[in-house]
Design a protein around this ligand. Sequence first.
Ligand code: AMP
Length: 388
Amino acid sequence: MNVLVINAGSSSLKYQLLDTKTREVFAKGNAERIGIEGSFIGHEEYGKKDKLEVELPDHRTAIKHIFDILATVDEKPEGIGHRVVQGGWYFPESAVVTDETLGWVREVAPLAPLHNYAEADVIEICREMFPELGNVIVPDTAFHYNMPERAWRYAIPRDVVDTYHVRKYGAHGTSHRYIWRTVDEFMGGAAHKLVSCHLGSGASLCAIEDGACMDTTMGLTPLDGLIMGTRCGTVDPATVFYLNRVAGMSIDEIDTMMNKKSGLLAVSGVSSDSRDVCAGAAEGNEHCAMAIEMFCYRVGQLFAEMAASMGGVDTMAFTAGIGENSVELRQGVADKLAWLGVKIDPELNTIRSDDPRVISTPDSAVTVLVVPTNEELMIALDVEALLG
Ligand code: AMP
């Protein structure tokens, strides 16, 4: 089935047209700076890249342009899959778009206002412009929906939890689900307690026992958990009250600081990109070295937390930008887990490949893999399952 996968942000729109059977990607691209001056579409077709400078005042115009561009591609979409950041308390799995399910995306939007409203608008536009195509909602939280109550419930008053739906929702669920599937297949069913380590500019760990999410490090929002490119991860929640009352910072200022000005960027003082931070550390910059040390320390700490949620761990998988590519940070994380008997082979760790691979030594207590993630394929497979 040919599926168009759409990942809408507040000012961007990524797309990919692929075949679920052959897994071939016919075309992909990104509409950027929607509603902002200097908008453009970066388009790639059969490996050939193009940049089109077009005015994109809104998402509707962006989608129209994207479909005009795709009209020149021989293969036509037979269904559309939409990544939705927050599925809230409604989506234990992906769902076909109806008035009701689209209403749910809007209802839960206050939990992810920068994403869900734009995503709901884009879904509505697609339905309107291409009524012959079915649309599917693939929430990034769905995989975590059925984690045990002890993991999702926050120890705050029940009426607050119930009224405002305050709980752990997690994120990166589509990636963690894809990683489980791939690891299960690659290991021939030998993996039972997997810690999936999605380490990119956003980062989260997920404890997966025989395919079921047992816990994850992101919380009500993707701010919780690990240290990320520009996000602080877990800090004492009272930091917010303190900064508000004592430093006079507004809630919006604290929000921006914790989401956009923290993490690797804040600690290193250099960059949110781990490559720059590693390069800085190699040149002797102490702040960069501390940023790397803290990143690995936190991954190691929360890895143990994830393992505890399953009463053990037999497999670990690195994925996303850092997890798939950074030899240095994979080694740094493994070093923090030496006490658990985790050992990676330095030579296997340096091999570059687009395929899943084992990088641990035969005597490692945990099998360590590198598994390239593919959220677009996972979304397309859901579309096929629901519409195909
Ligand atoms: P993502 O959000 O998954 O695209 O990941 C972005 C992060 O991956 C950034 O911190 C990059 O520094 C890191 N990254 C991407 N490519 C590489 C690479 N070839 N080597 C090391 N780190 C990389």
